[in-house]
Each structure stands twice: as C-alpha cells, then as structure tokens.
Design a protein. Structure first.
Length: 574
C-alpha cells in the first residue's frame, strides 16, 4: 500500500479546485456540543490580541486520510470527515456574520474560496460533498443564502446544533468577552475579531494530509484507524465491512440506501435508543450474548469464516428495525385489533419501567408469531407474564438484573432456530421457569413498594404510580368497556403544611379525573369524600365508603401496606 503524507493548512485544502467527498462507508456527522466547544476553544486560545497587534499560533488538528493523489480534482475522505465538516460549518457561520455586518465582500470571499468551487465548465459545486444529509446541509448550512428548514434526522440535528453553537460563540458580545476587549466594542473592532478567527482557521489550523490511491485501500485504512474503538462504534465498523462487500452502486447504491433507511426507522420515534443499542440487541438475539465492545470482533470472526452473507445481513437488520421500534416505543396504531391490546399494554409497561433487557427476546418472540410458531393467545399470555415479572423485579424492587439478559439471549437464539410449535413452547416454559425463580418474596416487595413517592418537586415515580392505579382499576372491571386513562393523582391529605415524605406515599394517593382532582384541591379530607363518591374509579369510591377518622401518617402507612399486598397477591400475582 502506497501512502503519501504532507502538512497542509485549511486554506491549502479548500482554496484549490477540488471536491472532498464523504464516501458511503463513513458514519453520519455526530459531533457533540462538547466536541464543538473544544474545537472552538482550541481555535480561540491560539489567538492573542494586544491592542492592535494580533498574533496567531499554529495548531495541529490531526490527520486527514483521502483517496486520490495531490493532483486529483475529487478526493474521498477516509478519516477526518467529522473535523472537516465542523470546520466547514464554522466557515459558513463566519460568512453569515460578515453578511450581517454588511461586509458582503468578506462573506463572498469565504464562500468562494473555502465553501463553494467552480469547475472548468462554470458549474458550481460544494467543496465538501456529503450526500447523506442532502439537501439540508447544503441549503441550510453551506449555501451563502441559507434556507430556513427543520432537521429531520439525528445527523441533521447535530449539524444544525454545531452551526448554532458557532453562531452563538461569534456574537459580538461573546467574542468581545472571550478576547477581553470590553463588553461594548465598535463594529470596526468586531470585524477585526471576526477576521482574526477566520485567519486562525484557514491559515493556522494544520492537518497531516495523507493520500492513498485506491478505494479498496481506503476501507482497510478506515478499519485499521478505528478498529480499537478510539473513534468509531462497532456499528460503523460493521457498516464499513458491508459496504466494502456490497460495492455495486448502479442503478442505485442499495446498501447505502438501506442503511440510511435503518437509521431513519430507529430515529422515527422517541425513547427507542441509539442505532448501537438496536444492533446490540439484534446481535445477541441472533448470534451470541456479548457486550458492545466485543460485537465487531465476533462479527469479523464469523465474516472470515464465511458465515455472514452481507446482503442477507443488512436486509435482516432493516426488516427487524421496524419490529424493534414497535417493541421499544409502542403506539396503539401498531396494534389495531382489540385482541392485540394486551400486547400493547405490556410493551407500554416496559416503557414505563424504563427497561430494555427484554428487547432481544421480544424480537424473536414477535418473529415466531409471524412464522405462526406461536398463537396470539399464547403470545399475549407470555407478554403478561413478562409484564408482571418486570413490575415486581425491576419497577418496584429494583433488583440487579445479572443473568437475566443472558437468559433472554439464549431464549431468543433458540426461538430463531425453532422450527415447530412444540419446541417454541419448550423454550418459553424454560425461560418462564428461570425468571419465576428470580421473583422476590412478598416481604421484599412490600418494603420496596412503601418507598414509592409522588409530590410536587418529586415526580420520579409518578408514571409508575399512575400505571399501578390503572392496573388496579382494570382488575376490578367486569368488562374492558371502560378503560382508565389520563389518571390524575390526588393527595388525600393535601400537600400544603404537611410532611412531603408522608403525604407523597402511595397510600395517600388516589386516581381521579383532572376535573375532580381540581375540585378536591386542598379541602379537608372529610370534605373530599363526596367528591370521591362521584368518581368512576373504584379506589376513590372504596376510600370514601371505608374512611374512618383520623387520616394521618399511621393511616397512610396501613393503606400503603394494604395496597402493596393486594398488588403482589392479586393484581401482579405470578
């Protein structure tokens, strides 16, 4: 492999007639606010202003590895695209700042010299070419006359965030404060500061400019530079391998399009988690139970053994992403049939419990249902079991989940391999037996249940308590015609002038509609009873019928314990 290395400034890179292309195997732009601020501080700290005298210090920002030679008009970025993108964003911000200062000539100079180029036929092009966030990056950030548009992906949000951060850093007052020139500076002084920042970026930031001749070599360098996890995640390294194998880009770059769709699916709903979390769960459901740090090593081993087909692999990830999103962030539209409602309820409960270890298993369980290896009624029954287990084990008792994800992974992989209903039933029975053995006894549950709190200023357990009351209310219904929703939490003994730790206990809480809750407000307990009697919920009615004065800390503790035992022995009984 032939490498060539040179020292270059940003001006050396962008002032020539050349396009730098972010290739298909590269990850999306993902710099955080901390990374953007760190680069900004590195730039500013190397500028010294003493009156009219401005001094610059050279600053090295790392290596830039490209495919091509020093005479190429188009070069692919192998390593360094995150830095080059961030610098382009900063230059675009400076361009905008000069426009606002009515210095169109300076803005135009930055744009024409470092952002936009023109080929021999007079056609304009952007010197940094990135297809993934097109047209948002080009129109919202790179172009001199920017279009206002909203980001639609995590990458676009990261790009806009970096732009907004640099824009804030370059406010007149912020620059003046950073260079200690006083809070109020003239327009002329502000222009001098902006010029100083521009010069530091284009003349004094330096990179090691490394070139290789072939794209095939680029993939190898890309993996070598990042294999130890210093820059890229295991997902990016896997994507690099897949793209290297699936190199056909005509009539469409199917691999790149599919990967972009996978990212879009995972980002389509809140609380799904990262692409890395999805691929980790997907991997342990299909291949082996390993941590994220070992997935790429496992992947590479199977790849070299010929056990992974690139086209099938990426197709399966794409297909399962749709199912994963429904599992991780369910909406009622995903489960339109009435008989599917218990599945939605269980998935929503997992979201309330804030747990994810069950997701690999659920991926395989849903696939078994699609293959008709398990009936809907059996799926619902097992989902209900999992909901009850995780309510007791995680949501209330907060026990250590060691070993549980391993059990889920084994069951998930066994389900993937199962070919008949008998085997599926055997797998589910084994998992159920394993989880049931981990259920804490009633005394532990009751003690932990007593720790649940909700009051103004402490809302951590609010959704869980609403979930508990909703389940209790459903358990008391003869039919499912009236489903408790939008539960408001009523403090029986009001919050004003009372110990928050006492009044916040679940024994002092009732489910009420918003209207009745507002009607009860801070009334004495005895005056609230007639309001509770009007509720359609059973718990307020029962409280009003059974109330006996006085209602105090002792009464609250007794009701808390009674609710805990009712939940363990009846509602969530396994």
């Amino acid at each position: 492999m032939e490498l060539h290395a040179y020292t270059r400034t940003i001006s050396d890179l962008f002032s020539v007639k050349r396009k730098y292309v972010v290739p298909r195997f590269q990850r999306a732009y993902s710099w955080s606010k901390e990374q953007v601020k760190e680069l900004w501080e590195d730039i500013i700290s190397n500028i010294e202003i003493d009156g009219e005298d401005i001094k610059h210090e050279e600053y090295f920002i790392g290596a830039l590895v490209l495919v091509g030679d020093d005479k190429s008009n188009v070069m692919q970025i192998v390593d360094g695209q995150q830095r080059l993108t961030t610098i382009t964003i900063l230059l675009s911000v400076l361009c905008e700042r000069f426009k606002e200062a009515k210095k169109e000539n300076l803005a135009e100079a930055i744009f024409k010299n470092y952002i936009e180029g023109q080929d021999d036929d007079g056609k304009n092009y952007f010197k940094l070419d990135n297809e993934t966030p097109k047209p948002f990056f080009q129109k919202r950030i790179q172009y001199i006359d920017k279009e206002q548009s909203n980001p639609q992906s995590d990458e676009e949000r990261a790009l806009l965030s970096a732009y907004q951060d640099f824009y804030n850093f370059t406010f007149k007052e912020n620059l003046a404060s950073r260079f200690r020139t006083g809070k109020r500076i003239s327009d002329e002084k502000y222009e001098i500061l902006l010029r100083a920042v521009r010069d530091q970026v284009v003349k004094y930031l330096k990179v090691i400019f490394i070139t290789v001749k072939e794209e095939e070599e680029a993939y190898t360098i890309f993996e070598t530079l990042n294999a130890r996890g210093m820059n890229l995640s295991f997902v990016d390294l896997i994507k690099n391998r897949l793209f290297k194998e699936l190199s056909d880009t005509h009539p469409d770059d199917d691999a790149k399009t599919t990967w972009k769709n996978i990212r879009a699916i995972i980002a389509s709903r809140e609380n799904v988690g990262s692409l890395e979390a999805f691929v980790h769960h997907w991997w342990i459901a299909k291949y082996s139970y390993v941590g994220e740090e070992n997935i790429y090593k496992n992947f590479k081993k199977l790849w070299l053994e010929g056990k992974i087909n690139a086209r099938k692999f990426i197709k399966e990830i794409h297909s399962d992403a749709e199912t994963y999103v429904k599992i991780a962030s369910p909406v009622q539209e995903d489960f339109k049939q009435q008989e599917e409602k218990p599945i939605y309820d269980a998935l929503f409960a997992f979201k309330v419990f804030n747990i994810t270890q069950q997701r690999p298993f659920l991926l395989s369980l849903f696939q078994a249902k699609e293959k008709r290896l398990i009936k809907l009624d059996d799926q619902k029954e097992f989902m209900l079991f999992l909901e009850r287990f995780h309510f007791i084990f995680n949501a209330v008792c907060s026990l250590r989940p060691s070993g549980i994800q391993g059990s889920y992974s084994r069951a998930a992989r066994d389900l993937q391999a199962a070919s008949d209903k008998r085997k599926v039933k055997e797998i589910l029975d084994t998992l159920k037996k394993s989880l049931t053995a981990r259920i804490p006894d009633e005394a532990v549950f009751v003690d932990k249940f007593k720790e649940l709190r909700f009051y103004t200023g402490y809302t951590r357990d609010k959704k869980l308590i609403q979930y508990i009351f909703g389940k209790i209310e459903r358990s008391k219904l003869a039919t499912n015609e009236l489903v408790p929703e939008n539960i408001s939490l009523e403090h029986i003994l009001c919050q004003s002038n009372n110990d928050k730790e006492i009044i916040g206990k679940i024994g002092n809480l009732l489910p009420l509609s918003q209207g009745l809750n507002e009607e009860a407000k801070d009334k004495p307990v005895v005056d609230k009873l007639s309001i509770y009697e009007k509720s359609q919920y059973s718990l307020p009615k029962a409280f009003a019928a059974e109330y006996a004065a006085p209602w105090n800390a002792n009464s609250i503790d007794k009701r808390t314990e009674s609710l805990a035992k009712h939940c363990y022995q009846n509602v969530w009984r396994i």
